[in-house]
Design a protein around this ligand. Structure first.
Ligand code: LLP
Length: 418
């Protein structure tokens, strides 16, 4: 459930008509619903409420400071994958003791920044990272809290770009090598073993792969206990899918119950790193039709948002529901909805049946809250759109539209070319 509803035919976000936002701040624009973000976070948090747990919202999905501050106020922890994301969390007032740091290529500078901040745990992904971390921690006279990210070799049955636990994946350490690595890690002077971690992929729409991964971790946990390690937590990552157009993923409640069941009775704290399920359907991208155009074989709606604003259709063939902001026309038509960027990959939808809409009309791309703005770029020297957070009858511009001058800030023309 979300808070984007029609009233007398017009699409609203909570109490604010989207047309008003488009008139006041222009298009394209990302619009987020505070009530929906809150609801989604609380659904996940409550679903895990049966035992000790920590929800570490995955910052990469939607990393605006206002959203991070909102989630922090609800008690969320954070999953970060770069020094930049960690800096954002701290800037938004996030508690470093609730931060886990994942990623296969953490630099020494990033490790140092996270150690100084005092984060909850490093999700280490290789032997060499463990030695680097131990070295940096020893230099700072600290112990780095560590979980090993294990690759349980489970097919998440999702888009190949977002499956992360196949045998050929770059992520984590193969589960068969984990025991040896735990032994070696425990012997390193700068490392303190805290837990175990996995993340098998994103936009999963069935429970089977989650259950299989949790069962494999459970087996490994028993062996680690026998080897004398004392772990405090199990982190099962993120990955729960959302309904975009046709998908029917399990609810957070069923997901959480399945994880607990597969892990079995355990005193360990359960960590999860959801991103998409919190943010995706809490946001949409507002765009205006610039032109309608007839090609040789297809009809197009050329809109003012492009692949630089929302990359998912171009990169994954992802489908986002598209709806008119005004009262939908009765007549349906089949359209390619495309952006202004000079690439044939710049489409937002292909052969979509939509209520007929003319130039000047507003469309909304639903489900764009996660991996929308956070993957936006300046390709074609297009300033990135503003981000708005709606709270009831009010909205705040939580990131204003970029200007062209901001795009070349930091560039210099050599003296002799000026
Ligand atoms: N934890 C780790 C270690 C991750 O790599 C990810 C996502 C998450 C948690 C959060 O997963 P979620 O709950 O959002 O599924 N750009 C792609 C998605 C990439 C996901 C990357 N990792 C997309 O637009 O579909």
């Amino acid at each position: 459930m979300d808070h984007f509803q029609r009233r007398r035919g017009e699409l609203f976000c909570e109490g604010v008509p989207l047309r008003r936002i488009a008139d006041e701040v222009g298009t394209p624009a990302y619009v987020y619903s505070r009530a929906t973000l809150t609801r989604h976070f609380e659904l996940v948090d409550r679903a895990l409420g049966g035992g000790p747990h920590l929800v570490c919202y995955s910052v990469k999905a939607l990393s605006n400071l206002a959203v991070l501050a909102l989630l922090r106020s609800l008690g969320s922890g954070f999953d970060v994958v770069s020094g930049g994301e960690l800096a954002r969390v701290l800037r938004a007032g996030g508690d470093p003791r609730k931060v886990v740091f994942s990623g296969v290529g953490k630099t020494e500078l990033e490790l140092e920044a996270a150690l100084r901040a005092g984060i909850r745990c490093f999700n280490a992904e290789s032997e060499e990272e463990l030695s680097a971390l131990s070295r940096v921690a020893t230099r700072l006279r600290r112990k780095a809290p560590v979980a090993l990210r294990v690759n349980p070799n489970v097919d998440a049955k999702t888009h190949p770009y977002v499956a992360t636990a196949l045998r050929e994946s770059k992520f984590g350490v193969p589960i068969g090598r984990a025991r040896r690595l735990y032994r070696e890690a425990a012997a390193l002077p700068g490392i303190a073993i805290e837990g175990i971690d996995c993340h098998i992929g994103s936009q999963l729409t069935s429970l089977g792969p989650f259950e299989e991964a949790a069962r494999r971790l459970r087996g490994l946990l028993a062996e680690l206990e026998r080897d004398g390690h004392r772990l405090r937590h199990v982190d099962l990552g993120g990955g729960l899918g959302v309904p975009y157009v046709r998908e029917r993923p399990p609810t957070p409640a069923r997901w959480a119950a399945a994880l607990r069941r597969a892990l079995g009775p355990s005193p360990l704290e359960l960590l999860v790193e959801p991103g998409r399920v919190v943010a995706a359907n809490a946001g949409l991208l507002l765009t205006r039709i610039l032109y309608r155009k007839r090609g040789a074989t297809r009809d197009f709606a050329v809109v003012d948002a492009g692949m630089n604003d929302l990359l998912r259709p171009a990169l994954y063939g992802a489908e986002h529901e598209i709806v008119p902001v005004g009262r939908p026309a009765r007549r349906l038509t089949t359209l390619d909805v495309v952006g202004p960027v000079c690439e044939s990959g710049d489409f937002l939808a292909k052969r979509r049946r939509l209520p007929d809409a003319a130039a000047g009309e507003l469309l909304a791309l639903r489900g764009a809250g996660a991996y929308g703005f956070s993957m936006a770029s300046n390709y074609n020297s297009r300033p990135r759109p503003p981000e708005l957070l709606v709270s009831g009858d009010r909205y705040d511009v939580v990131r204003r539209r970029e200007t062209s001058a901001e795009l070349w800030r930091g560039e210099t023309i050599p003296e002799d070319l000026r």
